[in-house]
Design a binder for this molecule. Structure first.
Ligand SMILES: [Ca+2]
Ligand SMILES: [Ca+2]
Length: 350
């Protein structure tokens, strides 16, 4: 983003920590604003590391007989009945053009365009919700990683149950996307669900919905028919979030229209989504089939942008846009959805 120095952005992030309960996290959205010309100007997103503060780990140890088959379940901890949002949509086999020859952020490796062919697969219709993640934790006793980036003041006690740290909670946000889950957490969740993380190529293919060369999952018009199809930052950053789309923070995973013919929701916007791939920014133009990225790396690729993205500084709510985090880091605007080669048996019954 032109007009904001790195120090100003950090100051902004620090000020938000103390002024609001919803925007304490500083991530690539707000901190990579200069990266279109120089990736070294990012505010440390590429070197974020896990914080070894086990006190913040989820202490849930309850086991239960809850099952994938149930269409809804009662969560005693959060005092409510919650509808399952674990359904998947079929993404047909085919070829498409991945990336763009008109990158907004060159340093992000948005280009060049290259042909990719994929087998049929399935993808979660929705981002993984707090309710779904709560069910996973209750069945497995899983303890999430607690991560923080060294370039940012960690919010003591922040985890998926307390996204803004104590005393915040997710009681009224059970149908919102789960936050503060690392890539490793996401892998564990998807395995529990009989799924896996999508590759970056799969994620972008599903985002494009059969329409090569478009900016968004539905086309090039940010607000089709004057309506909002995604949750991003509206207003004058960083002074005002006008919430024109109805949300200052996250929105329910079921909110907004299906973004393309595949029926997926909130691919772009709401929260960033982890993918399976390691992060690189140099891509060749060779036609690839079912690519899954490099064999190793430091960061994992995330896609889709988030509610903290504004066109003036983080125009990354586009299918070709991408960013990265280390697999042990988590943040306030980063979630995930799962993929699968075949539809899990339990979903065939529903
Ligand atoms: Ca919004
Ligand atoms: Ca998303």
């Amino acid at each position: 983003m032109a007009g904001y120095s790195r120090s100003a952005i950090l100051l902004f992030c620090f000020s938000l920590l103390f002024q609001t309960v919803s925007l304490e996290s500083c991530d690539a959205d707000t901190c990579n604003q200069g990266s279109e010309s120089d990736s070294d100007k990012s505010c440390g997103c590429s070197i974020s590391r896990q914080q070894t503060d086990t006190q913040n780990a989820d202490t849930e140890t309850e086991s239960s007989s809850l099952s994938h088959e149930k269409s809804k379940y009662t969560d005693k901890e959060f005092n409510g009945d919650f509808q399952r949002t674990n359904e998947m949509v079929q993404i047909p086999a085919g070829s498409y053009i991945m990336g763009t020859n008109e990158p907004v952020f060159i340093a992000d490796g948005e280009g060049p365009e290259r042909k990719v062919t994929l087998d049929k697969f399935y993808l979660d219709k929705y981002e993984v919700s707090n309710a779904e993640f709560s069910l996973f934790v209750k069945e497995t006793g899983y303890k999430t990683e607690v991560a923080a980036a060294p370039w940012w003041v960690p919010v003591i006690g922040a985890d998926w149950k307390h996204p803004e740290g104590p005393p915040s909670n997710i009681q009224d946000r059970m149908n919102h996307p789960v936050l503060h889950t690392s890539w490793n957490d996401a892998v564990k969740y998807c395995a529990w669900a009989g799924k896996r993380l999508p590759t970056e190529a799969e994620w972008e293919y599903a985002c494009r919905g059969g329409r090569d060369g478009k900016l968004y999952a539905w086309g090039n018009n940010e607000n089709p028919k004057g309506a909002h199809w995604m949750n991003i930052w509206h207003g004058e950053f960083p002074k005002e979030n006008s919430a024109d789309d109805g949300y200052v923070g996250t929105a329910p995973v079921t909110e907004f229209p299906e973004q393309n013919k595949y029926g997926v929701k909130n691919m772009v916007g709401n929260v960033w989504e982890w993918t399976q791939d390691w992060w690189v920014t140099d891509h060749d133009t060779q036609h690839k089939t079912n690519p899954n990225g490099p064999d190793s790396g430091i960061d994992k690729v995330k896609k889709g942008g988030s509610f903290m993205c504004h066109k003036s500084y983080c125009y990354r709510y586009r299918c070709a846009a991408r960013s990265q985090n280390t697999p042990d880091s988590s943040s306030h605007n980063l979630g995930f959805r799962c993929a699968s080669n075949t539809l899990p048996e339990y979903l065939k019954k529903s």
